[in-house]
Design a protein around this ligand. Structure first.
Ligand code: SF4
Length: 437
């Protein structure tokens, strides 16, 4: 019974998502098998350092990965009964009951869902607005596009901005014709009011540079709400703002969530924002979710040393701590030829043991039903006797390329010993996987 209730609450489920970028240095595995389950009406947080893959995960869900990037694997199941009914006959593999796999539906359907079902706001509102068009007109445009997208998914093929030189010149000559329609202008003003912009009628006719940073962030949220989405993805929505404005924007998101019953996926590097806003949280490191659970699970009962490191590196006014504890080392390379199957945090982990060199699955913890961690410590205690020696990763970087070079050198040495080469003998190269004498 509880399983059934959990399934119907589930609004979005991501399974095994992988996103790659093809660069001159090689293939970058930015998202490496991410699984997520987001329930209707909750705020789910993803937290991690810069470069951990949080934003790429969000953009992958929104189908906004451009070349040289590509989503190479995974399923994104979204509960939308009307859509499942509509496309079920033509695309049976893309439908499972009342859910659709966004990776398998046609691109036009995916585009039609952008804004109307899933919407996204970004860190920098300046870059999301056209500086030469009034905020009200841009909101009205978003309203109009979403209205057309809901009526006919194919119409979103012509979603390009209408701001050609000709239409802008006409708009200057006949300002009253600038809005897409009077209804769209009215809705744009309503949206500005909804997000707390004072004097929305006058403000609608102002340009982005006339707004403060906080007001522009509000306007961007209004734009994202134009299509009344089920899920709002907020990617670092407060990072570019000063502290008091940050608090106002977080309050606004909370109020909107209560008012519109929206579900929020919040991406941030700030654990304080997570603590304030989220019901559940996933901690991301090197393209993987390494620990997930409720706020209590992750803040009070964490398992993964990376989570512990993140929590130890934030100031706590009540704690009698002399210094903050930064996490030593750097985020590892995500280049495919430099990645190894072992725990990606091992070379920074103060509790790394010999069995951490094996690939780590995601383990359920004993403490809470939905608390999982990709770490051996979910299964066993730390054993100092099995700790890796200090400098282990400095002395013997266990990457595949080094292993390959060692194998090649050993093969050449073996050839020489058997007289295939110069006839001279040569000892085998030391290191994991090296040939034994
Ligand atoms: S698996 Fe081992 S190395 Fe990785 S985080 Fe856990 S204890 Fe540290």
């Amino acid at each position: 019974m509880e399983v059934l209730a959990n399934m119907t609450r589930e609004l979005l489920r991501v399974d095994g998502l992988r996103t790659r970028f093809y660069t001159d240095e090689g293939q970058v595995n930015a998202v490496n098998g991410v699984d997520l389950r987001i329930d209707r009406g909750e705020t789910y947080g993803i937290v991690g350092e810069s470069g951990s893959g949080k934003s790429v995960t969000a953009r992958s869900i929104m189908d906004q990965i451009d070349s040289p990037g590509e989503i190479t694997a995974g399923e994104i199941w979204y509960r939308k009964p009307e859509l499942a009914d509509t496309i079920g006959d033509d695309h049976p593999d893309a439908v499972d009951g009342d859910r659709v796999d966004l990776r398998q539906v046609p691109a036009a359907v995916r585009r039609s869902l952008r804004g109307t079902s899933l919407s996204m706001i970004f860190q920098d509102p300046q870059s999301s607005f056209n500086p030469s068009v009034t905020v009200g007109e841009q909101l009205a445009e978003a309203v109009e596009v979403q209205r057309r997208a809901s009526a006919n998914p194919r119409s979103t093929r012509a979603r390009s901005q209408r701001y050609t030189l000709g239409s802008m010149a006409l708009g200057q000559l006949l300002p009253s014709r600038r809005y897409v329609s009077p209804e769209s202008r009215e809705r744009a003003i309503e949206l500005l009011e909804l997000v707390g912009i004072p004097d929305p009628i006058e403000r609608a006719d102002e340009y982005p540079h006339e707004y403060s940073g906080g007001m522009l962030q509000r306007a961007m949220i209004a734009q994202a709400l134009a299509g009344e989405p089920d899920i709002l993805i907020a990617d670092e929505p407060t990072t570019a703002l000063d502290v008091t404005i940050q608090a106002q924007i977080l309050d606004l998101l909370d109020d909107l969530k209560a008012e519109t019953e929206m579900t929020i996926l919040l991406i941030t590097h700030n654990l304080g924002v997570i603590a304030r806003m989220c019901d559940r949280v996933g901690v991301m490191y090197a393209g993987e979710i390494v620990e997930r659970g409720t706020l209590e699970d992750v803040f009070d009962d964490h398992v993964h040393p990376y989570t512990e490191g993140l929590l130890g590196s934030i100031p706590d006014l009540d704690a009698q701590r002399e210094r903050l504890q930064p996490i030593p080392g750097n985020v590892p390379s995500l280049l495919d030829h430099e990645m190894d199957a072992r725990c990606r945090f091992a070379d920074r982990c103060p509790k790394a043991m010999d069995d951490c060199l094996e690939p780590q699955p995601e383990y359920d913890t004993d403490t809470s039903p939905n608390h999982q961690a990709r770490c051996v410590l979910a299964r066993r205690e730390y054993d100092e006797g099995r700790a890796l020696p200090e400098g282990y990763f400095d002395d013997a970087p266990p990457d595949r390329e080094s292993q390959h070079e060692r194998d090649e050198a050993n093969r050449r040495a073996a050839d020489r010993r058997t007289g295939d080469d110069t006839g001279q003998t040569e000892p085998p190269i030391d290191g994991p996987g090296g040939e034994q004498p």
